[in-house]
Design a protein around this ligand. Structure first.
Ligand code: MG
Length: 467
């Protein structure tokens, strides 16, 4: 019987070496020999691309700005979907939400959540010996088998879905400790939990996933922040999140963990009624850039160069494969949509060659990005132009599709499809190949959209909105 010290006599990468040790039941030894980095992911809810100071906001966010100055800031980082639940599903699986059973927002009436066959980033890191905790809004299923404690997290503290849903329980693991959760207490209590988790897990490695409840509405800030911002309650809320980021970073520093912890910060989708998408078009619920392009900051002193601004295309689907590579944790068996973006984070490369990035809303694939180009295939109608009896929200094909050059037109204002038929064809071919790999619901939604009757209405012939 081989001992845990029997190491195969061929060259192994660090990752294979750790796998070999883990397979032999020697994970603690591996950790002691080469401790992998701690992972912290802070996720805001409905925070827009333009809502941090370093991204152009007037709201002061000194801690977030300092984090960006000490690490890397991305300008083209995407969620996989413009609403809450699917974005989280993509982050935690490295796969498009339409592959993992979460195409849309989940409600308290739902009985399912993230497909139980999926391996989460927490499962992945736990199998590599990490202590894991989720603090905040989960939104991937609230029945016990879907809660964080059943999806790879040792511990959970937070509300299981959005703060505008009823009921609004605060859970510790699977136990309800408050109902309704007192909104103004959440950011400080999440922060306190995060600091305590860091302190008791410092022997490491650990994974802290911290999805904030705010700035999703209804907004609330603690007495310390409420009424302080000249920009109103939204400003108070953002300043409190910024404070929280500062507290997490301070806890890492205080515990000597700075140089061995990758801290990431982003948002699940664009701003809703308040907040700013910066100069981007669209907001939450839209596959225009403002709905899906998010701030993304990553800090890892000594590993990520200070003050780096990365303009390469990346997204939440890339976090799991990147973390797997960094930590040596075993990748899930399911094929991933994301790629390892460490060459972007570390500054080895300015951009990566990758497959077209897809923009979903529900089961509907509406856009695809490839290089600097974004092709819009379909878009939801607006209610105003879709009166009864058909009514409702209908996904309508754009005939012909619209092509935007995001390097030169990030506002998506100038359709260049007629000038670049080769690019349109290239992206259409990529999307058709990708579609074949998706569940039937995606293919059906695509076929339904393409088969739906639409007509081009000449400009100027549109009905004038009622005043
Ligand atoms: Mg959200």
């Amino acid at each position: 019987m081989p001992s845990t010290f029997d190491i195969p006599n061929f060259p192994l990468g660090r990752r294979e070496f750790l796998h070999t040790l883990a397979a032999a039941g020697a994970a603690p030894l591996a950790r002691a020999a080469t401790r992998p980095p701690n992972i912290v992911f802070i996720y805001c809810d409905d925070l827009g691309y333009g809502d941090f100071g370093v991204y152009g906001s007037k709201i002061p966010t000194p801690n977030v700005d300092r984090m960006a100055a000490e690490g890397a800031r991305f300008t083209q980082f995407y969620s996989a979907n413009p609403v809450c639940s699917p974005s989280r599903a993509a982050l935690l699986t490295g796969r498009y939400p339409t592959r993992v059973g979460v195409p849309r927002v989940l409600f308290p009436t739902d009985t399912t959540g993230l497909s139980l066959s999926e391996t989460t980033m927490a499962n992945m890191l736990k199998s590599a010996g990490y202590a894991t905790m989720c603090i905040g809004k989960w939104h991937l299923g609230h029945h016990p088998e879907y809660l964080p404690t059943a999806r790879g997290f040792d511990e959970y503290f937070g509300i299981p879905y959005s703060n505008d849903m009823t009921p609004r329980p605060l859970l510790h693991n699977t136990e309800q400790i408050e109902e309704p959760a007192r909104l103004e207490t959440l950011t400080p209590r999440y922060t306190e939990q995060a600091v305590k988790f860091i302190e008791r897990s410092k022997a490491g490695p650990f994974f802290l996933y911290m999805p904030h409840t705010f700035p999703h509405i209804p907004l609330a800030a603690s007495p310390r922040f409420r009424g302080k911002s000249p920009l109103g309650l939204y400003g108070d809320v953002i300043e409190e999140i910024d404070w929280s980021v500062g507290e997490v970073l301070a806890a890492l520093r205080r515990n000597g963990l700075d140089s061995n912890t990758l801290v990431m910060l982003s948002s699940d989708n664009g701003p809703w009624y308040q907040g700013s998408p910066g100069a981007l078009r669209g907001r939450k619920g839209s596959t225009y850039e403002g709905g899906m392009r998010e701030p993304f900051i990553a800090r890892f002193p000594g590993r990520i160069p200070k003050g780096r601004v990365c303009r390469g295309v990346a997204g939440t689907v890339d976090i799991l494969p990147t973390v797997a590579q960094l930590t040596g944790a075993p990748l899930p068996k399911a094929p991933l949509d994301g790629i390892d973006i460490w060459p972007l984070l570390s500054g080895q490369k300015p951009a990566l060659e990758r497959e077209a990035l897809l923009y979903f809303d529900g089961w509907n694939l509406q856009c695809a990005r490839w290089h600097q180009w974004k092709l819009h295939f379909a878009r939801f109608n607006t209610m105003a132009y879709n009166p009864a009896p058909q009514g409702g929200r209908v996904n309508l094909a754009l005939r012909p599709p619209e092509l935007y050059d995001l390097e030169n037109d990030q506002e998506e204002s100038y359709d260049l499809a007629a000038e670049h038929p080769d690019v349109v064809q290239e992206i259409q071919g990529r999307v058709e190949r990708l579609l074949a790999t998706f569940p039937d619901e995606v293919k059906k939604a695509w076929a339904d959209t393409q088969g739906r009757k639409t007509q081009n209405i000449p400009a100027g012939a549109l009905p004038r909105p009622a005043r």
